[in-house]
Ligand binder design. Sequence first.
Ligand SMILES: Cc1cc2nc3c(=O)[nH]c(=O)nc-3n(C[C@H](O)[C@H](O)[C@H](O)COP(=O)(O)OP(=O)(O)OC[C@H]3O[C@@H](n4cnc5c(N)ncnc54)[C@H](O)[C@@H]3O)c2cc1C
Length: 445
Amino acid sequence: MRKNKQNVGIVGASVGGLVSAAALADRQMDVTIFERGRSVTGLYNKIDTPFGRQELGMHVIYVNHDQYLYLCQIFGAEVFEVLEGVRVDLGASNICGTNNFDSVYPDLRNHPDLETILVEMRAGGGSEDRASNSREEAIRRFGRTAALQVTIPAIEKLWHSKAESLTKEALHCFYDLRRMVVCDKPQADRLKKDAWLDQVVANPVQTEPSGKIFGDRLGLVFKAAYTDLNERVIAWAKKNNIKIEFEKQIGIEDGQLLSDGSPLSETCDACIVAAPIHTLAQQLNADLDQIELSIAYFQVDRRIGADFPAYYLLCHDPSLKSSRIVNYGAYNSDKRDEERSVLAVEFLHPIGKPPETAEIGNEICRIFPDFSVVASYRLEKTMKLCRPTITNRKILEKLEHEVSVAFGGKPLYFSGMRTDTGQFFSHHTIGAAYEAALDCHQRFR
Ligand SMILES: Cc1cc2nc3c(=O)[nH]c(=O)nc-3n(C[C@H](O)[C@H](O)[C@H](O)COP(=O)(O)OP(=O)(O)OC[C@H]3O[C@@H](n4cnc5c(N)ncnc54)[C@H](O)[C@@H]3O)c2cc1C
């Protein structure tokens, strides 16, 4: 089929970039993907450990139906396990040393001040007051008692920062702290009838979709058995005349998007930056306030399977160094029947100052006295994330503005992860990349 002459450049061959490329190619646009790695290296890839292949960053990917169909074109439907809605999002919290299961978010059902919390939440509901930082936003959303006692300490523990210095959207990212469990199911069902509360109150037993966050999305897991994802992407790209240039790192200098020193605007009529913008602007490294994320895997002495929630959110307990425990067996059938389950622990820490793996292992034993850790594996590679601070936001916004101006008014989109704007989860980034592709196509029609 004849292609339009417009060539759209896409930075990053992870799910967001690939889905947007598929949507553009489907609309007969020319597409070139620039990927700095030697292969598709997004966070959806798995890694080999002494106890088998384990997940990296992206655990469950939430997509709408159209995006799912594109992912099937790219990778093949067989590589995905499809989970239904938020059922997969089961988690638990640990508040002041007490384990609370069946909730993804801070669980306040047993909070001594629950009545006050509910009154405050109802009173604050729908308030249009503008919050200028995470502290104010937490109080606006959840009322003073819950915010001061639970949400603010949680976010401060997670980012190792004062809530006043964080953007209000910081509440949305990483562990999506915007929702809380405050009640039993009948209470939740009543509160969910209120549109505003529906967004902040999770259904405690997770039997129904809660809020509008996941909507009618599907949850996808890449099955561990498929180790040929790179070959699949390459074959799909070839079939669809999509160029993928591997080992091509796009940089930003003086506001210009550059490929091998040449402005991308000379060769591309539009561009979707489907990678975190700060990874393009190396020179900003010194200015940005960043934090390091490490991951360690722990094999335990028995099968856990689905008995235990998928995401166990320790970030709510300020006394623990672990940020989140992920139990693959809860949602991934590849892992459910393993004799000895593997838990992944993610922990955010100041750069260069990680806790010892043994310290994290001890936390696991403390939290789950029924398991013992038989082996551990610390991922050597760590990841730097921008803290979602107001100062970082100013720097990144200025950068986006400069790059857009230098791109000369041609369509330019940024769909990569931004902790400061709350664009963090895969459904945010894939959604943003997909919308960018549709908008781009419209503008060239
Ligand atoms: C520890 C952790 C756990 C997470 N868990 C979940 C989860 O359970 N569910 C969920 O929905 N989300 C989760 N996320 C978030 C999720 O990983 C991201 O939303 C998702 O990876 C973003 O996908 P993306 O396609 O936008 O790009 P990314 O996966 O960020 O990939 C960007 C791509 O761009 C390439 N690239 C980067 N810079 C350049 C450059 N300068 N030039 C060329 N190429 C470049 C990279 O190599 C990479 O291929 C998690 C993230 C982390 C860190």
